[in-house]
Write a protein that binds this ligand. Structure first.
Ligand SMILES: NC(=O)c1ccc[n+]([C@@H]2O[C@H](COP(=O)([O-])OP(=O)(O)OC[C@H]3O[C@@H](n4cnc5c(N)ncnc54)[C@H](OP(=O)(O)O)[C@@H]3O)[C@@H](O)[C@H]2O)c1
Length: 243
């Protein structure tokens, strides 16, 4: 698919990888961003004036429904839907400050809202010529780390969901892909991790992968992870566990 002249909907486009995708795709495409109100969103509005913004809290399914309804009512076909927004809470279950209320929120933002948004935007995607659903995933979907168990589980669920959805849509105009990312230097990973991929390189590689065929876009160290998983699953697991 040639990534030009498209209408692209991106969730969480006001920060990190989402923002960089907006930056790199803006010139040649029409972008709609689905995001919650924030100073980052205000800045996005000022910087990228052609971007259409839909204010949605992805942790709230009523808000997801309202935002999707506005997008559908705009009457515009959607060529590409990029499900990028996510949260990662880091605590261990036995930490004193672990709050069980975050469990549902993390699942809703990272997984339930993705499935819901895809369902609700299906009319706009089906109206299009060749269209694409791109789910932004993580190496942690392939092998978890010790912390952020819920985050890892949501990404694992997203992986299986994306594969099944791809089967369901194989006789339609909609392609389903996943981009698997290594550690990237964004607000999500602020203050932790070493050897992070730059957000610019991550976005460039995602966009390159979108234009190619195949269900999976492996970025940076995720390629090495897949190789190691075939060579020695135990070593791969040990490295990821320490993550
Ligand atoms: N960074 C990494 O190392 C890494 C590695 C693998 C995969 N990924 C994946 O890459 C994607 C982007 O992550 P990132 O690193 O760019 O993180 P980020 O900078 O924290 O961006 C996440 C985006 O999600 C939005 N978001 C969070 N909760 C939301 C809600 N309730 N409603 C609406 N929007 C919400 C955030 O909005 P606010 O600005 O309002 O919070 C933000 O725009 C995620 O799917 C993540 O899992 C990242």
């Amino acid at each position: 698919m040639d990534i030009a002249g498209k209408h692209i909907v991106i969730t969480g486009g006001a920060s990190g990888i989402g923002l960089e995708l907006v930056r790199q795709l803006y010139e040649k495409n029409d972008i709609s961003v689905v995001a919650r109100p924030s100073s980052g969103l205000d800045k996005l509005r000022r910087t990228f004036r052609r971007v259409e913004i839909y204010e949605v809290d992805l942790a709230d399914l009523h808000s997801v429904e309202t935002g999707a309804d506005q997008l559908v009512k705009s009457g515009r076909k959607i060529d590409i839907l990029i499900n990028n927004a996510a949260v990662q809470y880091t605590p261990h279950f036995i930490d004193d400050d672990f709050r069980f209320e975050t469990i549902k929120r993390e699942i809703d933002v990272n997984f339930t809202s993705v499935c819901t948004l895809i369902y609700l935007l299906m009319p706009g995607l089906l109206q299009s010529g060749p269209s694409l659903i791109l789910n932004i995933n993580s190496g942690l979907a392939l092998s978890p780390k010790t912390s952020s168990a819920i985050y890892c589980a949501t990404k694992g669920a997203l992986n299986i969901f994306s594969q099944s959805l791809r089967y369901q849509l194989e006789d339609t105009n909609i392609d389903v892909k996943q981009a698997f990312l290594p550690l990237v230097d964004t607000p999500m990973t602020k203050g932790r991790g070493k050897g992070k991929l730059s957000v610019e390189k991550a976005a460039t590689d995602i966009i390159l992968g979108m234009s190619k065929s195949g269900p999976v876009i492996d970025i940076g160290k995720v390629k090495a992870l897949r190789f190691l998983q075939r060579l020695s699953p135990a070593i791969a697991q040990k490295i990821m566990k320490a993550g």
